[in-house]
Design a protein around this ligand. Structure first.
Ligand SMILES: [Zn+2]
Length: 412
């Protein structure tokens, strides 16, 4: 069964999809010097921004640019101002919540540049100073990934180099929707034909293992603790990340082959559910908060964009409680099942939630797709809601773009 949303003449807006490839490399004294200088510039800009109470990129550029060393290339100076802007903005946000937030300071050695570098053969040429270059060897995997695509920027740390690349994609008009629900150990996806469950209990186990190890660390020295914790944090990421990548890839692949749009729940307030004083045990809260909700969504979102798959967010509203058939409030039954006193259906909890998300709050009829005409009417409403919540948030740009596109096409 397939149907088209009645959106008038289809407007094909090209979207820019971005991905990143990372590899290790042998750093050099010249590069370490550059990274260190870059960090120094970022900290100078942070100081200027905080002193003069500016946080916009443009104002900070005009105030800080001339105060940065002339020995540094112009685009590195601008890059440092850009990095400082982000840090200042995050600081202002944290400060609004907690007035005792420490003044920010860039600690990590990391440099991102969109300019000045060049890839020639299998070498990345990067200027350190005017007319002085370093050459970094790119491995065959990196070269294979980049072939034929536009390279956008390079990010360097002492250990690794990342290159982000892009292509233009056109969003495929979905012929149905796939809902993604994540609870602690599972990810459940549902379309009107299939339900799939991905087991992520291994990720939970890995994380609880590291939580235990970290809780044994009784060193009183703050610096030592930070070092130990960041080491375990990295180890944990290295083991959990591949599991998430596997799941997000399979979700996007299914959406692409089935011409589905992907619907996920907004996560605002997820942490608020599991906080001190909610009457939950400490262990339970730690376990629930360890869940990588956000990371999975981030992966699904950029992979979907790359493949032209539409991603829609719906507000988290009773998705796990309402009956996905009639919308009535269900009662808990045994073994993660729900019973609906209205239509008598017995539903799997996770499947029910995923179906609710897929329908964006619409009803499923038993073994039938959701009312198709209503899908169209419902989306713009959700979309406006999302727009309001997310207005001006940079990280959500792709979603806002989607929504704008949705609104535009629906008005015509
Ligand atoms: Zn029901």
């Amino acid at each position: 069964m397939s149907y088209q949303l009645k959106t008038g003449p289809s407007v094909e807006l090209p979207l820019l999809a971005v991905k990143t490839v990372r590899q290790q490399y042998q750093t050099s004294a010249d590069l370490l010097w550059l990274l260190d200088e870059f960090r120094r510039m970022v900290n100078v800009c942070i100081m200027i921004g905080i002193e003069q109470k500016v946080s916009s990129l443009r104002t900070l550029s005009s105030r800080a640019y001339s105060r940065l060393s002339r020995d540094m290339l112009g685009y590195y100076r601008l890059g440092a101002i850009g990095a400082a802007t982000v840090i200042i903005r995050n600081y202002r946000k944290a400060e609004r919540r907690n007035a005792r937030t420490k003044l920010p300071y860039a600690k990590r050695l990391v440099l991102t540049s969109c300019y000045g570098f060049k890839i020639d053969d299998n070498l990345l040429r990067l200027p350190v100073k005017p007319r002085k270059f370093v050459y970094l060897k790119l491995n065959s995997h990196t070269l294979k990934v980049l072939s034929g695509l536009n390279v956008r920027s390079v990010t360097l740390t002492p250990a690794s180099l990342s290159i982000s690349y892009s292509k233009e994609t056109v969003e495929i008009e979905p012929e149905g929707y796939i809902g993604v629900d994540r609870i602690l150990d599972n990810v459940t996806t549902a379309t009107n034909k299939t339900v799939r469950t991905f087991d992520l209990s291994q990720a939970t186990r890995i994380k609880s293992g590291y939580r235990y190890v970290k809780s044994r660390c009784k060193r009183n020295d703050e610096r030592m603790r930070t070092r130990v914790f960041s080491k375990y944090g990295e180890k944990q990421r290295n083991r959990v990340q591949p599991l998430l990548h596997n799941v997000s890839k399979r979700i996007v692949d299914e959406a692409k082959t089935g011409r589905y749009g992907i619907v996920m729940e907004r996560l605002t307030g997820m942490r608020r559910l599991y906080r001190r004083g909610n009457g939950q045990s400490r262990r339970y809260r730690a376990k629930m908060n360890s869940c990588s909700y956000g990371e999975l969504q981030r992966q699904v979102e950029y992979k979907a964009r790359w493949d032209g798959v539409k991603v829609i967010y719906v507000p988290a509203r009773d998705t796990s409680k309402r009956c996905s058939i009639c919308g009535y409030k269900t009662l808990e039954s045994t073994q993660r099942r729900l019973w609906c006193p209205h239509c008598g259906a017995i539903l799997d909890r996770d499947e029910n939630a995923a179906r609710n998300i897929a329908a964006g709050g619409l009803r499923f009829s038993p073994n039938l797709p959701p009312d198709e005409a209503m899908v169209e009417e419902r989306e713009p409403e959700n979309a406006t809601l999302i727009l309001k919540v997310d207005g001006g948030k940079l990280s959500q740009q792709p979603m806002v773009d989607n929504v704008n596109h949705l609104l535009k096409t629906n008005r015509t």
